[in-house]
Design a binder for this molecule. Sequence first.
Ligand SMILES: Nc1nc2c(ncn2[C@@H]2O[C@H](COP(=O)(O)OP(=O)(O)O)[C@@H](O)[C@H]2O)c(=O)[nH]1
Ligand SMILES: [Mg+2]
Length: 476
Amino acid sequence: MFDDTIAAIATPLGEGGLAVIRISGAKALAVADKAFTPVGKNSRKPSAAESHTIHYGKVMRAGQQVDEVLCAVMLAPRTFTRENIVEITCHGGILSTKTVLDTVLEAGARLALPGEFTQRAFLNGRLDLTQAEAVADLIHSRTELALSAANEQLAGKLSARINQLRDDLMHTLAHIEAHIDFPEEDIAPDTRANLEGRMERGIAFMDELLRTANEGQILRRGLRAAIIGRPNAGKSSLLNQLLGHERAIVSPIAGTTRDTIEETANVRGISVVFIDTAGLREAKDDIESEGIRRSRESLARAEFILHVLDASEPLTAEDENFLTEFADKKRILVRNKIDLAVKLDVPTEYQVGRAVLCPPGGAHGVTRPTTSPLVDVCCVSGSGIEQLKDAIKSLVWSGAVTNEMSQVTINSRHQDALRRARESVKLALDALRADASLEFVALDLRIGANAVGEVVGKTTTEDLLDSIFSTFCLGK
Ligand SMILES: Nc1nc2c(ncn2[C@@H]2O[C@H](COP(=O)(O)OP(=O)(O)O)[C@@H](O)[C@H]2O)c(=O)[nH]1
Ligand SMILES: [Mg+2]
């Protein structure tokens, strides 16, 4: 399909045991023939090699040996891109890898753009768009849960559902268009009911898919959580407990943590960046006020907060200020130091906050009463930390995903396309019910089906593809 042959280093740049240079395209064998010299009686030059075989040899440039390598030859169409692919495995030095790549480029390949191998896999029909995206998700997975979700998507679980939905809509569309062609025939009442039923089911199905967006976002991007509370409450100790190692300095001297510390932990399969804030109290000096400014900034970007309270002292005015100020945030109240004599009571009014929730698949920013769970911990012994992790999971996991949908979670691009699709199909359904002209019904239904097609890449624009694949790693 493509005239040019592309090449790139497929492994991370830096010193390593091995590195892989990948070549794909119609001239991949000819390019590799020039760069690679087989050594030994069992080695072949790439153009003479059987598909899916590996050959020992060297890469030569201007009569000089660049590296001793293994050369894997894979012939179209049984390859990742469905083109001929040659992969040269060389020693993983920065300069040697770069020199092998240069030799390959001089032999007639062009340097690949980020994601271009996967883009070719998509354009040559090896993967659809959700599967191509799953390749990137897989590479970026930081938890086992995220990895298994990426694998389900790569295996086509989401594609199957989207294709089914699109087929149903196209089928309904064909039905309606047939009636436009024969306007003298009225739609029989049972046929009409059947068409309406199909559209209703389509909308219900899209709602189900849209409900997975929240989980999908969390799995792919992870979450940010700010740890707040007055000095000495035990914020740094809590961070260390959540990470399972000593990261922040713990000290009885208030104001020890001056800078914000950010560390990622895996909480029940969710990747969470915890931010130990420097405390939000009045600054005594410039360094402290800079710390406070940064704390405010991380707070603004955090999806939820852990508010640490000291159980060994009664509630102070400072505690109350925090409790009131962040009543609108998703939060967990963490009562720390329960190993000491407990003197702290958290009034129930604070445990019932007013967190802003995103209703599944619907508009954002709807205020609904929700609780700020209270969890007792001791950051010296670690007791209560597992309960806190459970509380975090149930705070962020909406639980709206049905069993049937548990193998799929959509990303924000899918969400956008499906929202538009839902809107159009709803318009079509309303028009049909209102006995509007069938042309209008068909028009909206077609827009809806096309938007569904965007998810898997059946209807795409070059801009869309560029924006998706440009976020990929080089060499993928
Ligand atoms: N007894 C007891 N002391 C704690 C506990 N958690 C933290 N501390 C102590 O409280 C002090 C302040 O802790 P730190 O984590 O630095 O608080 P921060 O200022 O909020 O970051 C330190 O001396 C800790 O050892 C706990 O669960 N029990
Ligand atoms: Mg601290």
